[in-house]
Design a protein. Structure first.
Length: 283
């Protein structure tokens, strides 16, 4: 079963199909044909073969007709079976689209990137080699204007660089990605914020906390939401200790409170006799 990280990467390409072409061109330095539209196609790549071949995602670049096909495979671990399936993916899709096709492997692991980038011997003098995008190849998007112009690339950048050696830089990239998601629809915004926060390494999380301790002024909406999320979880744990299991309605209500509201609830926790009194609306 695909993991959450696997599906998170694919979500960005589904939401913005042209992202695959952009990364092949900009991150890997390869030229693609001019196109006017990028759209998702069926990922079933089985033709007459008895085995089933199903890729993670298939994108078709179009002008007046199909001009290029991109198969996106998110690979989180080494799997030697894929080295036999990948050439079949490309051959079958090329026959279906009747245009050039490439396979783009996206991975969050450098060891997997090196494995996937090895050429595959097909027999005789024939070899197959996919395009491979690891964390180091994903652009660092720390400029908020650039991030807002391409939210999916900004979120992918945050996911790729959240555990980089420079935590301050990781936070900059995360803040830019969050800025890019602010104007999106509520569901997409929430998913992207979760992806950004979950991608931050321990050092980056500490850097965010230091922003709070050092200045008491939150430098961005992202930082405010990060601190609020942590305080909401802490308060929910304390509520459970005092009043027993907390239901989904109360949990949802607490996680949507602002920092000032959470501070008030934190103070009430010390003396309020009932859960209702702790959570009563402020006047």
């Amino acid at each position: 079963m695909p993991s959450q990280l696997h599906e998170s990467h694919l979500l960005l390409f589904r939401n913005q199909p042209a992202l695959a072409a952009q990364l092949i061109h900009e991150a890997l330095g390869l030229r693609l044909p001019a196109f006017r539209e990028a759209r998702i196609e069926s990922a079933d790549l089985t033709e007459l073969q008895p085995a089933e071949y199903r890729a993670d995602l298939v994108i078709q670049l179009r002008s007046d007709r199909p001009v290029y096909g991109i198969i996106v495979e998110v690979q989180l671990s080494v799997d030697e079976r894929k080295r036999y399936a990948w050439p079949a993916y490309v051959a079958n899709l090329r026959a279906r689209f009747r245009c050039p096709v490439s396979l783009l492997v996206v991975t969050a692991n450098e060891r997997v990137r090196r494995w996937a980038a090895r050429r595959i011997k097909m027999g005789g003098d024939h070899y197959f080699r996919p395009y491979v995008l690891g964390p180091a190849q994903v652009p660092e998007i720390a400029d908020e204007a650039r991030a807002r112009a391409n939210p999916e690339l900004a979120v992918l950048s945050a996911m790729a660089h959240g555990e980089d050696a420079d935590p301050e830089r990781a936070v900059e990239i995360a803040v830019a990605a969050h800025s890019a998601s602010i104007g999106l629809d509520p569901d997409r915004k929430k998913i992207y914020l979760d992806l950004i926060l979950n991608s931050l390494g321990e050092a980056a999380h500490k850097a965010l906390k230091k922003m709070d301790a050092r200045t008491y002024v939150y430098q961005s909406d992202f930082a405010r939401q990060y601190i609020a999320q942590g305080r909401a979880e802490s308060i929910l744990e304390q509520l459970a200790v005092r009043f027993g299991p907390i239901g989904a309605e109360i949990r949802s209500r607490v996680t949507q409170l602002s920092l000032p509201e959470l501070r008030v609830i934190g103070e009430r926790l010390l003396s309020a006799p009932t859960l209702e009194e702790v959570l009563r609306p402020q006047r």
